[in-house]
Design a protein around this ligand. Structure first.
Ligand SMILES: Cc1cc2nc3c(=O)[nH]c(=O)nc-3n(C[C@H](O)[C@H](O)[C@H](O)COP(=O)(O)OP(=O)(O)OC[C@H]3O[C@@H](n4cnc5c(N)ncnc54)[C@H](O)[C@@H]3O)c2cc1C
Ligand code: SF4
Ligand code: SF4
Ligand code: SF4
Length: 369
């Protein structure tokens, strides 16, 4: 079928019925700028027609879905994409200089510190981040103040948080695209967004198509992502038995070479990713992007020592943010004895990122073949 005629019916056939919908909500949120409401999130957060007669066959839902390929060539050209991890200008291990961020951040606190720099220097009006509402639940929000940015940082939980996840549903994935859509109603401009590779891919596609309000997004900070988790009470029980832990005792979650669970009383356990695959979201196994190939800056914990964020600066815009934050003392880089040591360490870091990127791409290609 010609691309010009693709509609939600094609999305249903090619993505939803194949079980590879990531439930990002992009298609529903952006179903026509004129509030036609042809789509809704149905049962189990799977999109469906709510009023097919309203469908203008504009094909936006199809084009912006991270699971379709139509706009990928355009993105690849625009960003000078190449295998194995996309284009990048430089690579660093860095960390925050902010003591408050240091206490609660996921890795080195670079994400929060870059956002603090942008906000406090009036380079952005706000940032779309994801704030904790439980151990396995976050919600997307526009942070407008430094306090809100810090509050959304990290993946640590205070001891008083119970497993209050929404109606027995636990998910490490936060749909942020409805928050992007909500920007159209406000007066905000120059926004930064933190998101997973699928979310940044969708935003870049919207920007390619000139869809309002994607033009308000000025900076994209992309998280590395091997997979996200989603499970219910039954799976929770299974997981607790299998890992021999009480999920209520979790104080921090992280992912690097493996899944890292920090428990109360300073106990940390490393769980091989294969052990938790059964609670990962099915769409993640068909996703090819580990290192967030279209972000301005991509970040992860992988390949850096504890307390540092691995930072891939990809675009000139990303470089201006990173260098500005560095120059103004918001972040500092890992120190090396000499340039030879630095070169060797960065070579190793890159090799590690590439190995994860290749592994994820192969996994997806196998699943899709
Ligand atoms: C779901 C998920 C999977 C990840 N997988 C990997 C991985 O496989 N390998 C790896 O090396 N790194 C992975 N990361 C990235 C890593 O965990 C850190 O977020 C990253 O290194 C930045 O650390 P930081 O200390 O600089 O960030 P911080 O300063 O702590 O800031 C973290 C930022 O991420 C935002 N955030 C948190 N959760 C989400 C979410 N679910 N969706 C959107 N934004 C969110 C927060 O709002 C905050 O702005 C993943 C992150 C997430 C959220
Ligand atoms: S109106 Fe456009 S975005 Fe909405 S369902 Fe139809 S084709 Fe998709
Ligand atoms: S992955 Fe997102 S955009 Fe694609 S069909 Fe699912 S909810 Fe819609
Ligand atoms: S692996 Fe990460 S980027 Fe890919 S679909 Fe899952 S959440 Fe999105």
């Amino acid at each position: 079928m010609a691309e010009e005629t693709k509609t939600f019916k094609d999305l249903t056939r090619e993505v939803i019925e194949k079980g590879i919908c990531g439930k990002c909500g992009g298609c529903v949120s952006f179903c026509s700028a004129g509030e036609l409401n042809a789509l809704e999130m149905g049962k189990n957060e799977v999109p469906r027609y709510v009023n097919e007669d309203n469908c203008l066959k504009c094909k936006i839902c199809y084009l912006i879905c991270p699971q379709t390929d139509t706009l990928n060539l355009e993105l690849q050209e625009k960003f000078g994409w190449k295998l194995p991890i996309g284009e990048f200008l430089s690579l660093a291990s860095a960390q925050t200089t902010n003591k408050e961020v240091e206490k609660i951040c996921t890795d080195g606190g670079v994400v929060t510190s870059l956002l603090l720099y942008l906000l406090e220097r009036n380079l952005i009006n706000g940032a779309i981040v994801s704030r904790k509402i439980g151990r396995f639940a976050r919600e997307s929000m526009v942070a407008r103040t430094s306090e809100e940015l810090i509050d959304a940082s990290g993946s640590t939980f205070s001891g008083s948080l119970q497993l209050e996840e929404l109606g027995g549903k636990y998910s490490t994935y936060t749909p942020i695209l409805s928050t992007v859509k909500s920007l159209a109603k406000g007066y905000l401009h120059d926004i930064a967004v933190v998101g997973t590779p699928c979310q940044i891919n969708s935003i870049r596609k919207m920007q390619c198509l000139g869809i309002i309000p994607a033009h308000l997004i000025k900076y994209t900070i992309g998280l590395f992502c091997i997979e996200n988790f989603s499970f219910d009470d039954v799976a929770r029980e299974m997981l607790e038995k299998k890992l021999d832990i009480n999920l209520e005792k979790i104080v921090k979650l992280n992912m690097k070479d493996d899944f890292i669970i920090s428990l109360t009383r300073g106990v940390t356990i490393h769980v091989p990713l294969e052990e938790v695959h059964e609670v990962a979201r099915p769409a993640c196994f068909t996703c090819k992007d580990f290192s967030n190939e279209y972000a301005d800056i991509s970040v992860g914990g992988l390949a850096s020592p504890n307390g540092y964020t691995t930072t891939l600066i990809r675009t000139k815009l990303g470089a201006s943010v990173y260098n500005g934050a560095l120059r103004n003392g918001y972040i500092k880089e890992r120190a090396f004895e000499n340039s030879v040591e630095e070169r060797m360490a960065k070579k190793k870091m890159l090799a590690k990122i590439i190995s994860f990127a290749r592994m994820k791409r192969m996994r997806a290609e196998e699943r899709l073949s």
